[in-house]
Design a protein around this ligand. Structure first.
Ligand SMILES: Cc1ncc(COP(=O)(O)OP(=O)(O)O)c(N)n1
Ligand SMILES: Cc1ncsc1CCOP(=O)(O)O
Ligand SMILES: [Mg+2]
Length: 208
């Protein structure tokens, strides 16, 4: 199985956003380092999630980038995505692994070492860890854990840790120093004036 990409682009659920335009800008720059996580609003229909995910899988294919689907694992299976991501309100990790199968990429959300170890024991192949910094993209999150919180998790597991929440190119070096393998972003790419350039900046910070 190819190694996990280091830059995870999560599709922006906010009204008026154009996740496919952002993806088209990011793909030629990041290629196989890009993982695209299709995340739709809670009130989006399965058909809407399916159509977006189908188009993302198609766009990623020529670049060797992989598509994961957030929460809705039946959509991941239906579009032939590489896998999915689950958190505390979604299917338990072990159940998600059964749904997706042994070879799929499966990520789980964790904030601290105990839940991180449990998620890995249940079958997670990577962890999304955060929020690292304040974010306006997802309301209702607990306080940011910062690079120190990320370090606590990276010290407890051997799977790749993807830092999430308010991540910018400027914050990547401290997260990498804390042991993060990669980062997941919404706003840093979706709100960028020039998403291709923002992709290059994030990648530069991730790979230096
Ligand atoms: C890489 C990554 N990390 C964490 C999350 C958050 O997942 P979850 O806690 O299930 O919250 P929702 O994204 O479903 O609102 C993620 N999506 N990706
Ligand atoms: C889905 C999610 N889970 C934790 S933070 C977050 C949103 C991250 O968005 P941004 O990169 O804009 O802070
Ligand atoms: Mg979820």
């Amino acid at each position: 199985m190819p190694s996990l990409g280091r830059l995870h682009l999560i599709t922006d659920t906010r009204p008026g956003r154009d996740p496919l335009a952002v993806l088209r800008a990011a793909l030629p720059v990041a290629r196989a380092e890009l993982v695209v996580q299709v995340r739709v609003a809670d009130d989006a229909t399965d058909r809407e999630a399916y159509e977006l995910a189908r188009r993302v899988v198609e766009a990623c294919r020529p670049y060797g980038a992989r598509c994961l689907v957030n929460d809705r694992l039946h959509v991941a299976l239906a579009v032939g995505a590489a896998g999915g991501h689950v958190g505390a309100d979604d299917l338990p990790v072990a159940a998600a692994r059964r749904v997706l199968g042994v070879d799929a990429v499966l990520g789980a959300t964790a904030r601290e070492p105990v839940t991180a170890r449990a998620a890995v024991a249940a079958g997670a192949g990577y962890l999304g860890v955060g929020p690292c910094h304040a974010t306006t993209t997802k309301p209702g999150l607990p306080a940011p854990i910062g690079p120190d919180g990320v370090r606590a998790v990276t010290g407890a597991v051997t799977v790749p840790v993807i830092a999430i929440g308010g991540v910018t190119a400027a914050s990547v070096p401290a997260l990498r120093a804390a042991g993060a393998y990669g980062v997941a972003v919404v706003g840093a790419l979706s709100s960028a004036a020039d998403p291709a350039r923002a992709t290059a900046e994030l990648l530069g910070a991730l790979t230096c």
